[in-house]
Design a protein around this ligand. Sequence first.
Ligand SMILES: Cc1ncc(COP(=O)(O)O)c(C=O)c1O
Length: 383
Amino acid sequence: MEYKIETRCLHTDISSETDGVHPLSVPIYQTATFVHTKIGKYGAYDYTRESNPTRTHLEEKISSLEHASDTLAFANGMAAITACMELFVPGDRILSGEDLYGGTNRLFHTINEKNGIRFDYADTTDLNAIETAIRPDTRAIYVESPTNPMMRVTDIAGAAEIAHRHGLLLIVDNTFLSPYFLNPLDLGADIVIHSGTKFIGGHNDSLAGFLCVRDPELGERLRLIATTIGSAIAPFEAWLTIRGLKTLAVRMERQQENALKIAEWLKNAPHVTEVLYIGLPEHPGYEISKRQGRGFGSMISFRTDNEETARRCLMHTKLISFAESLGGVDSLITYPLTQTHTAVSEEERQHLGITDTLLRLSVGIEAAEDLIEDLRLALEGDE
Ligand SMILES: Cc1ncc(COP(=O)(O)O)c(C=O)c1O
């Protein structure tokens, strides 16, 4: 019998149990290396850059939550994405969603393009736009859903059907919804990416990244890349992430409940002109989100009437910290223009709507009423 996801956040059949000691909390194997008992003979582990029991425990847990055949755990989300891009060779083209986390955009433009990978961009909320942007050398479709920060939603099963008809991989960054609300592999994606720094870790105190796959052979290829480039998560960070995961279900539920209340309030809040939250029925991605996932998450972007209000709001919230990152139990407010998306060109930002009036909110687990009051005072300023 497979346990429900709330249970699997805590209890998973893990292959790396410890030698008869049975601790409830997985040990932190704080070791760089493992002893060889004879020449050419060692146990399941050899060297921590390649593998480590605490990391294996975390990887098996994420595989269970994402319905993956294999998961690789990295030091952070960017390390995971960098390793994923090593699947491609000079001349390959990647068709990417046009709205992306700024760090991913920078990786594509600065590192991957330098190494001969070429990128095409499309609005992946439109399946026709995906289909028509595919070129003979395209090898993969890369999407975030919902996107950071514009909250655009892609029909993942539709994108997978197109990808596979053209012999391409579908890669989905599932950071914003976490495996608790969405399992892209079940919808046909080939690789799922997470910044585990966000909802999976959940406490804004550790970094992690994941690549999850359905096909074990693809997992093997990625494992060779990860071992070779050496960007795996360290044992203590893996342990912190395992601890964070135990409360994933309750955090996601509470954060979503708060986000819905705040998004509803923001619709009529002073100086707010637009609210982007996929859990609002009027959001263009609402129906697809309902169909393909189990929830809407707790990321909201909103627009103020002018730049002055946006800046005032950032400087005046007291409970909601003005900081980059998202997904943790503490609410954060971010200015994509000067934080997460500084690396994106002015032209691209204008095209996407990442302007000086756009704010992004990651809703935490505080009392919704307190968060609303904090926002109200900050938006109103000294009026
Ligand atoms: C959607 C998304 N993917 C990937 C990353 C990169 O993750 P990390 O900061 O853990 O490297 C982020 C970071 O904000 C993100 O928002």
